[in-house]
Design a protein around this ligand. Structure first.
Ligand code: ZN
Length: 141
């Protein structure tokens, strides 16, 4: 792990996060600047790597297993769909240089396109953020 990496610090718990799911290899937590309410980030707890092409296959598999788990929880929770986004390098829009997958829920019957702007849909307050956290977390299987 990298001592100067924000997501490594979150992965080991030095910096707290709002956890949707965690096991010994992977952590899923709410993005603090959600594109949509319920926006989850999935990161590896095992290694620090930057881009998908630098990340070992077994780590990618572990991450994708949790991406699927979070997506399934969103559907079970009543969202209409979700988007999986994975940005690579600054020119690819990667803000934090530690590999992560975004899982972004979409309400039922949405017709507007996903707008990729960090913080585009902030929570009204901590209570609303906790509601989304609990909604998704409670449907993880
Ligand atoms: Zn890192």
């Amino acid at each position: 792990m990298d001592d100067n990496c924000l997501f490594c610090k979150i992965a080991v718990g030095v910096i707290p996060s709002l956890k949707v799911y965690e096991d010994d290899k992977v952590l899923a937590f709410l993005d603090i600047a959600p594109v949509e309410k319920g926006h989850v980030l999935v990161i590896s707890k095992r290694i620090h790597s930057v881009a998908l092409i630098e990340t070992p296959d077994d780590v990618v598999s572990e991450l994708l297993a949790v991406v699927r788990k979070v997506g399934a929880a969103m559907i079970a929770a009543g969202f209409g769909g979700y988007n999986v986004v994975q940005n690579n390098y600054p020119d690819g829009g990667q803000a934090i240089p530690h590999i992560h997958f975004h899982v972004i829920p979409r309400m039922k019957n949405r017709t507007d396109p996903l707008v990729w702007t960090s913080g585009a849909n902030p929570y009204k307050d901590d209570e609303e953020r906790t509601e989304f956290l609990e909604l998704i977390r409670s449907h993880i299987k």
